[in-house]
Design a protein around this ligand. Sequence first.
Ligand SMILES: [Zn+2]
Length: 252
Amino acid sequence: MSNLDSLIQDLVIANRILAKEDVVDAYGHVSVRHPDKPSHFFIARSLAPDLVGPEDIVELDLDGQPVGDDGRQLYLERFIHAAILAARPDVMAVVHAHAEDTLPFGIAAATKLRPVIHSGSFIGSEVPVWDIAERFGDTNLLVTNLEQGRDLAKCMGHGSVALMRGHGFASAARSIIEVVRLSVYLPRNARVQMNAMRMGGKPKPLSKGEIAARAAGYRPNMPETWRAWEYWANRAGCGDKIGTPHDHSPKG
Ligand SMILES: [Zn+2]
């Protein structure tokens, strides 16, 4: 299998994992940058993530337009991916989803989503909230053009997550595995924080030092990371398609 085929296979697996782990449902999507053409990226055509196969992956440019004459129906919100990948050369993969547990933190302005569990450390010390109404007034809340996507990317800044008021979140990372992991643990972290608040206490978030220690101990291809990818892929019914850790080691 070529490197590109195996990347597309990973993107398919990521779609299935995010569906199985309830991060996405009929809606939501994941993309990955083209490894040889940084101004292009891959994403599924307009289809529920759990149904995505390799034949459903389309190649788009950073304006969110299809490369070549691919006339298939595309996700309305593909501009989220285009704008974040354009703004962030360090980002290789992006997720957008509507996971319910994240939504309260997008509408309760006084309560910030913070990392409160060790597996949530990668969301950053405080997650910003993007409110589409601030610049665009009354909309249907969807990110349907590049200008809105750019405004969202600006809110994310150099971070890894932005919540979207009344809508969902966008997350960004250096690889598919990393963005999947981030997006699986983000709603779980939100749920734990919310449960702690229900108990009446003030949740104690991870300190800056703890966040830094977690980041320092992380390498994209470490066995612990692979263990999660293997576990999730098997749960999603595609454990036979993940290849080996060696296929995912950095190239060049
Ligand atoms: Zn959306």
